[in-house]
Design a protein around this ligand. Sequence first.
Ligand code: NAP
Length: 251
Amino acid sequence: MTARPDHILLLAGTREARLLAGTLAGTFPKARITASYAGVVRDLPDPGVPVRVGGFGGVEGLTSYLIAEAVSVVIDATHPFAAQMSRNAVAAAASADIRLLRLERAVWTPVEGDTWVSAASMEEAATALPCDARAFLAIGRKDIDCFTRRPDIHAVARMIEPPETVLPDHWELILSRPPKLAEEEVALFKDRRITHVVTKNSGGKRSSAKIRAARHLGLPVIMVRRPDLPAALTCSDTPDLLIAVRQTMSF
Ligand code: NAP
């Protein structure tokens, strides 16, 4: 009887995950690798391995998938703010008795010249903006409602896909993807007379230009802290993750 190949389920949605997919395929050529996307954005990048798109149906659905598809290891390489998926992955992997590894990029930390206001949530970030602020919102589409409740501010909201909520007439919506150059961000902030930058602490280089631009212009940054996640074996870079994956493989 031929043994089934190891099956790696890669929970994707980040640049690191896309790159990791190719690295896994090159490092473990005998393994079956599936990259999973939430399917929130159009024009999904091709990670070079088979892809599945859409939610699993909570912990129960993911547990069923892990068992039915004979997954041998789950790699959570989702965005640091995709907390529900990460929580579900921990619970489902435990339930199916499968190893879970998390790839998590380092948080951004303030350096000299930064003025950061730390916020525990989007609600707190929205409250932290003073009346008449001209805010640059780099918070994605899902949480924009927290800010539309502040008609006393002006905002330039940048996101990849348009929000479901209609933005106030006096706001500006910019649909665009990272990366950006710090010089581009400086020009944008000056042109729109931005007074505050609001962002999630996503970490990584790809979307950090806005932080450097805020530093350059002396603008305060309202930095939303990452959600708490249940403990998991976590690696901050791909080489460490590959070592951990190798330990789970059957060949
Ligand atoms: P979430 O709240 O953690 O996930 C919500 C649901 O979407 C999950 O419960 C799951 O549905 C499904 N899902 C999420 N990631 C998935 C994946 N890789 N494969 C299959 N299903 C997945 O995350 P979110 O709603 O997508 O985003 C939350 C925050 O993270 C937002 O602020 C967003 O801007 C940021 N973010 C997310 C991604 C991403 O790829 N998810 C990328 C960049 C930024 P089921 O429960 O049905 O399985």
